[in-house]
Design a protein around this ligand. Structure first.
Ligand code: ADP
Ligand code: ASP
Ligand code: MG
Length: 416
């Protein structure tokens, strides 16, 4: 029988009743498939564990954070296995290290290097249902690691690849992938089918519904993914290979709320300064979302970076070390930055779409800090106060939001 990975997110397991409902969903799938279950920590467990650490110290060791945060998923695997047992299914719970999810040793943001998976295969051969802790692994040095917030999706897709699964179903708290976050932009429309590359672009630019590394594994190994709501039986969104025959058109919009923009002003031009600065930042674990090199005069240049806001302290301490070493004149910074990204195959080079986006933003008198484009996206960095208005207007312009009754009437009347 084909293998299907079923992954349940934290909200889908928040109460005993929901755990029993998840078990029933597994039962329904066992008739035609071999099932491997992956789970997240229940409800707000991971956030609570995080806060507990902060009550002790503001600078915990990353190793100890991993030891702490992995506790959440252990609770979920044990309870869900018990619930499956209640339905007369033989389930067996495993931690990431028990099933051989081997990672590098970058605590709190580790990458999976290999999945041994022998115990999962053995359990399946014995007609048991393996229930695996998401978000965790064990490093080559035998230390417990975590895969970054939201990393249970990555576990699900990595197991899908290692076990050659037919598909991966991600159960969450919304009906699928929408044209924007439906909790923040009511009226956003559900997308029935989306390509791997468009989903990867959405994930990379902030759509939390699937972790970027999970999207990337799905694309690389061609694993169909279904995003479904664990609270109902509605058809969700299928992420798969798609032949694009249509003209480029915006498919969805996404955003990142909290970004930090820093510019190093007037750095003397010396051989390798640029590469040394970028290397020091990336070696220090800074995630550069964007960087641009500008010329301020013949002997000096400026460098701008955008990073997640929660990396601001790390960035500043690295930059402070650099000021003297590289002779940087001064720095300019803004902690009030966010991004919006319009996603769709081919839109980054579609002139009409680009000019529509810029016209709308200029009519709204929105100042754009930085723009980047790619084949699949147009990314605008702007001040936070403009974000909601910009997204709502773009959703309406590209018909990515259900129209209110009054808007529909207005459009009908205009056509008469
Ligand atoms: P889980 O705990 O199940 O992994 P997450 O909170 O990580 O759930 O992801 C689901 C959430 O992703 C939704 O509740 C929704 O608010 C958010 N989200 C952001 N962008 C989108 C989008 N484009 N489509 C659907 N959900 C989105
Ligand atoms: N429990 C982890 C988190 O909250 C992993 C996950 O939910 O995917 O980030
Ligand atoms: Mg998630």
């Amino acid at each position: 029988m084909p293998i299907v990975i079923m992954k349940f997110g934290g909200t889908s397991l928040a109460t005993p009743d929901l755990i029993l409902k998840a078990a029933k969903k597994v039962l329904c799938m066992t008739r035609k498939n071999e099932i491997v279950v992956v789970v997240s920590a229940r409800g707000q467990t991971t956030n609570k564990l995080f806060s507990m650490s902060r009550e002790i110290t503001l600078k915990p060791k990353a190793r100890e954070m991993d030891m702490l945060l992995t506790a959440g998923e252990r609770i979920s695997v044990a309870l869900l296995s018990m619930a499956l047992g209640k339905l007369k299914l033989e389930a067996v719970s495993y931690t990431g290290s028990q099933v051989g999810i081997i990672t590098d040793n970058k605590h709190t943001d580790a990458r999976i290097l290999e999945i041994k998976g022998d115990r999962i295969k053995k359990a399946l051969a014995e007609h048991k249902i393996p229930v695996v802790c998401g978000f965790q692994g064990v490093s080559v040095e035998k230390e417990i690691t975590t895969l970054g917030r939201g990393g249970s999706d990555t576990t699900a897709l990595a197991l899908g690849a290692a076990l050659n699964a037919k598909k991966c179903i991600i159960y969450t708290d919304v009906d699928g992938v929408f044209t924007e976050d439906p909790n923040r932009f009511p009226g956003a429309k559900k997308i029935s089918k989306i390509s791997y590359e468009e989903m990867l672009e959405l994930s990379n630019h902030g759509a939390q519904v699937l972790h970027p590394r999970a999207s990337s594994i799905a694309a690389r190994f061609n694993i169909p993914v279904e995003i479904r709501n664990s609270f109902n039986n509605k058809t969700g969104t299928l992420i798969t290979n798609m032949e694009e025959t249509q003209r480029p058109r915006p498919k969805a919009i996404t955003h990142s709320d909290d970004l930090y923009l820093i510019t190093l002003v007037q750095i003397p031009k010396r051989n390798q300064y640029l590469s040394q600065i970028v290397t020091e930042l990336t070696k220090g674990g800074v995630h550069l979302k964007f960087f641009s090199h500008g010329v301020s005069d013949v002997r000096k240049f400026d460098l701008s970076f955008i990073t997640p806001l929660d990396e601001k302290d790390k960035v500043k301490s690295i930059i402070n070390e650099m000021i003297k070493k590289f002779g940087i004149d001064h720095i300019r910074e803004s902690s009030d930055i966010c991004s919006l990204s319009v996603i769709g195959k081919g839109i980054g080079s579609a002139n009409k779409i680009l000019s529509d986006i810029f016209n709308i933003l200029s009519k709204l008198k929105i100042h754009i800090e930085v723009i980047t484009t790619s084949e699949l996206s147009v990314n605008i960095f702007l001040k936070k106060r403009y974000l909601n208005k910009a997204i709502k207007t773009l959703l309406d312009k590209f018909r990515l939001r259900k129209m209110s009754q009054s808007a529909r009437k207005f459009r009908r009347d205009r056509r008469k």
